[in-house]
Design a binder for this molecule. Structure first.
Ligand code: DGJ
Length: 368
């Protein structure tokens, strides 16, 4: 009898069986097996009434940030309760593969292409043993949202192509003088295209990234480029597996990472972070009337305690909740580099002031 009671108690209190009815930013977030969700730097795809959350599968310990497993996928009907769907993109055991175990796979995002009927995943990709120097973006496809995804290639995008917002003068400039990093002359040169020119033939650097599909079906790859100094917004081709060649530079020499983007009432908003490794810093808000710019800087969207460190987190994605017009969820990571698997998720509602400018406030618990 005692044993039955003990089992019943475990059954009733086990997190795997307790339905979650709210968001609790920063808390352990159990999946359907009662295991803390392992999908860091993630993004969400909404497809046929289900949400799919893709993110970096981290492992325990200091080395937990390198890709030893791959991209983890979860599914949900309500955004509170998530079913473990396993590893959508696996790292390779083949030591000659670029996506071999031990490389870096960060910030994976998935979009659906209606024409090809394929799910397309892009991710920041660094090569094993090369730190963050490769600065590539990788693309993988699948017939199913949950995978398995087949890796197609990793590239330094837009090789041999000038940004659309570059002037004839910028294209003609040559940077021969060695300038001191962070000097005013160097910043001016960066704004004028120092790194675009350096990487023109090889292709541009691509680090922190996100994807955005606009109402007209066009998809965009938004990433930190030029040694993390300037953001690039690039249009993808029709099947979303390549770059179309149309791209712009945003906030040159502004040192932005972690781009996340949404559109409300025809206006585009982007929330980014500064560049301080795994340590948090103040978020930045920008807005534009067209995705290809001009983007204007609107300041830190966070209010209240810990606003200067984004409540100890860094942006990764902004989700528009369908059927809840105007409901946008800011998704961010509270990184734990000393034990990467313990990283927490900070999801907060985006609020709007009287002028329609987005802002964020901390919430211990909330519902959408
Ligand atoms: C900050 C980035 O946003 C993360 O995705 C990761 O690349 C770390 N830097 C690495 O230090």
């Amino acid at each position: 009898m005692k044993t039955i009671l003990a089992f019943a108690l475990i059954f009733m209190t086990s997190p795997s069986f307790s339905q979650q009815k709210s968001f609790k930013p920063g808390a352990i977030w159990p999946d359907d097996n009662g295991v803390h969700i392992n999908a860091h730097g993630g993004g969400i795809l909404n497809f046929k009434g289900l949400y799919y959350w893709y993110g970096e599968h981290k492992i325990e310990g200091k080395k937990g940030n390198s890709a030893m497993v791959g991209v983890h996928c979860y599914s949900s009907k309500d955004l509170y309760n998530w079913k473990d769907e396993g590893i959508a993109l696996k790292v390779s055991d083949d030591t000659s593969s670029l996506i071999k175990k031990g490389c870096v796979i960060e910030r994976p995002k998935v979009i659906y292409n209606k024409k090809s009927k394929k799910f397309v995943m892009w991710f920041h990709h660094e090569l094993k043993g090369k730190g963050y120097s490769a600065a590539m973006t990788g693309v993988a496809v699948s017939d199913k949202a949950t995978g398995p995804y087949t890796w197609l290639k990793s590239v330094n995008p837009n090789s041999g192509t000038w940004p659309m917002n570059f002037t004839t003068e910028q294209k003609a400039m040559r940077f021969t003088e060695k300038l001191k990093d962070w000097s005013e002359e160097w910043k001016t040169a960066v704004k004028q295209g120092l790194f675009i020119q350096r990487d023109f033939t090889k292709g541009q650097m691509a680090r922190d990234m996100t994807l955005y599909v606009d109402d007209n079906g066009k998809a965009y790859h938004i990433n930190a480029s030029e040694e993390n100094l300037t953001l690039h917004i690039s249009e993808l081709n029709d099947d979303f597996t390549d770059f179309s060649g149309r791209y712009v530079t945003v906030a040159p020499a502004g040192h932005n990472e972690a781009p996340s983007l949404f559109k409300k009432d025809g206006k585009y908003f982007m929330i980014t972070s500064g560049c301080t490794g795994w340590a948090p810093n103040a978020a930045r808000l920008m807005s534009a009337d067209s995705i290809m710019g001009e983007w204007s800087y609107l300041g830190n969207p966070c209010r209240g305690d810990k606003a200067e460190i984004t409540y100890n987190s860094q942006s990764t994605f902004i989700l528009q909740v369908p059927k809840k017009k105007g409901q946008f969820i800011f998704m961010a990571d509270r990184w734990v580099p000393e034990n990467a698997i313990d990283g927490r998720y900070i999801w907060l509602p985006i609020q709007f002031d009287a002028k329609g400018i987005p802002f964020l406030e901390w919430k211990d618990e909330w519902k959408y």
